[in-house]
Each structure stands twice: as structure tokens, then as C-alpha cells.
Design a protein around this ligand. Structure first.
Ligand SMILES: Nc1ncnc2c1ncn2[C@@H]1O[C@H](COP(=O)(O)OP(=O)(O)OP(=O)(O)O)[C@@H](O)[C@H]1O
Length: 269
């Protein structure tokens, strides 16, 4: 379980006349994420989703507030304990190519968390990497390539295999389908749903795409200007979104086909 208690994150930015100002990218957010629940966090670009994800995963420290993994405050944890928790709570970053070492083969990229965070020997590691590659539909030849030799969709699958390599109990996917065409997007969404068969019961899927959130998650949070403005359990359709801002997001969706209204769900619904 991950808990956020009254968490804020301030950044420095430029105000009028180039003056340095601070602003809250995340404002006093409290959240509890259970490891066996599928969540989505929806919001416009700049609403603070990635900042929230980095705080949740203890990548960046909060300016104020507390984050707890299974009841223990992450920024007060012994490094050995935090290392163990990092294997249990993984993240797939927004920028797939930027999150992989360009000089490291796909095989080594997937194996790296195993080497850093577990005690598996090389033959166990190989068995695990090959099984994950098969699951993520990556060929043996692709495993030997460098990241720049793969497509965007293949890179996303490498990042998912990498996160799954340490058998986490929860994954945060940050914009896992952004920039992909509709067919590849659907493949990735289905792969995420199928991770349940590999023992992953819970995740947080971060997106600006309400259709993808409805497809993948039971609980949905809506974020605006650093705050969670709506929380829904068992969201199943656009009609479940009640907050004015959520309605606005739905109304600004493009029609899915000529003559359709923005209240009709897309291809995945
Ligand atoms: N390291 C940083 N330094 C200063 N400002 C930042 C930093 N990271 C993010 N911001 C700002 O904080 C706000 C929230 O950014 P964030 O990336 O969390 O939003 P987001 O909802 O994930 O957006 P997107 O969907 O476009 O990725 C934005 O105004 C952004 O410019």
C-alpha cells in the first residue's frame, strides 16, 4: 500500500518580468493506493500528474507532507529497506527512450533492475528476461538491439518488461500510451490488463486519455492544477464523472466518428 499524506511539491519558475517565483505543482494531496486495485489518474497536460507520480515512487522528495510504503515513511527508511521497496513499487516512465541507457542492449536494460534489486543468479536472470520478452512480444533478435533501433511501441514494451523483471506488486505507468498510433496503443493497453496473469494485481495508470482510464481502471482520480478534484470508485462510463472540470474534459473530447457526440466512448469501450 502507498499512502500520501498532505503532500505538496513546489518548483521554482519564472514570473512576470522574469522574476523567480515558486508555485505548487502538487497541492496538499492525500491518497491511499492499495496494491490490489487498478487506478487511473486523469488530467490535462501540466496538471501535475508526473510530479505526483515521482513523489509517489520516492524519486523526488516532497516539499511538505509524507509518503509511506506499507506504513513506513519512505524518506526516513534505511537505504536497504528502500531498495527492497523499490523492487516492489516500480514505475514506467513517460519517455520510454529517455528512460533507457542508449548504449545498453534491450536484454541488459530489462536485466538491470534484476541485477540491482534482487539476488538472482545469471541463469535465473536469463530465464526471467526471456520469459518477459516472450510475454511482451519482443523477439530474441530485438533483445540484442540498442534502444534507438526499436519503434516507440516496442520501447514501451521493453520498459514494461523492465518494470516487471523484479516481480513488483504495484506499477505506476506514466503516460504509457502517449505518442502511439491507435493499434499499438490498444496492444499496450491490453498488455497492461494481462499483467494480472503475471501476478500484478494493482497499478496506477496516469494519462490525459479518459477512454484509456475507463478501459484499464476501476478507481479513477481526476487532477487539476495540482489537486485531486474528483475520486471515483468503480467508474464505468463518462456518466460517472460528476465534477465540473471532469465534465469539461469529457465535453472537449473530439468526436469519435463523424456525427458522434463526445458522450460516446471510443474504440476501446
Ligand atoms: N523540475 C521542474 N522544475 C520546474 N517546474 C516543473 C518541473 N517539473 C514540472 N514542472 C512544472 O510543474 C507543473 C506540473 O508538471 P507535470 O509534468 O507534473 O504535469 P503533467 O500533468 O504530468 O503534464 P504532462 O501531461 O504534460 O506530462 C507544470 O507547470 C510544469 O511546467
Amino acid at each position: 500500500m502507498i499512502e500520501m499524506r498532505d503532500v505538496s511539491k513546489q518548483y521554482r519558475g519564472k514570473g512576470s518580468r522574469g522574476r523567480s517565483v515558486t508555485f505548487d505543482a502538487v497541492k496538499q494531496v492525500s491518497l491511499t493506493l492499495r496494491s490490489d486495485v487498478r487506478y487511473a489518474l486523469v488530467g490535462e497536460s501540466g496538471s501535475g500528474k508526473s510530479t505526483l507520480a515521482r513523489l509517489l515512487m520516492a524519486i523526488d522528495p516532497p516539499t511538505s507532507g509524507e509518503i509511506l510504503f506499507d506504513g513506513a515513511s519512505v524518506w526516513e527508511m534505511h537505504p536497504r529497506e528502500l531498495r527492497k521497496k523499490r523492487a516492489e513499487y516500480q514505475m514506467v516512465l513517460q519517455n520510454a527512450s529517455g528512460s533507457l541507457d542508449p548504449r545498453r542492449s534491450v536484454y541488459d536494460s530489462i536485466a538491470e533492475p534484476i541485477r540491482c534489486l534482487t539476488n538472482l543468479d545469471r541463469s535465473e536472470e536469463r530465464e526471467k528476461v526471456l520469459a518477459l520478452a516472450e510475454r511482451m512480444k519482443l523477439s530474441a533478435a530485438q533483445l540484442e538491439r540498442l534502444p534507438h533501433e526499436l519503434s516507440g511501441g516496442q520501447l514501451k514494451r521493453v520498459c514494461m518488461a523492465r518494470a516487471m523483471s523484479v516481480s513488483p506488486k504495484f506499477i505506476v505507468f506514466d503516460e504509457a500510451v502517449s505518442g502511439l498510433d491507435v493499434t499499438v496503443r490498444k496492444q499496450i493497453l491490453d498488455l497492461i490488463l494481462q499483467l494480472k496473469d503475471d501476478g500484478l494485481d494493482g497499478y496506477l495508470f496516469i494519462t490525459h486519455d479518459i477512454d484509456a482510464a475507463l478501459y484499464l481502471a476501476d478507481h479513477i482520480f481526476v487532477m487539476k492544477d495540482g489537486e485531486i478534484v474528483e475520486r471515483m470508485e468503480h467508474a464505468a462510463s463518462y456518466a460517472d464523472f460528476r465534477h465540473d472540470y471532469s465534465r469539461l474534459l469529457i465535453e472537449s473530447l473530439p468526436p469519435k466518428w463523424p456525427g458522434a457526440s463526445s458522450n460516446e466512448t471510443g474504440f476501446i469501450g
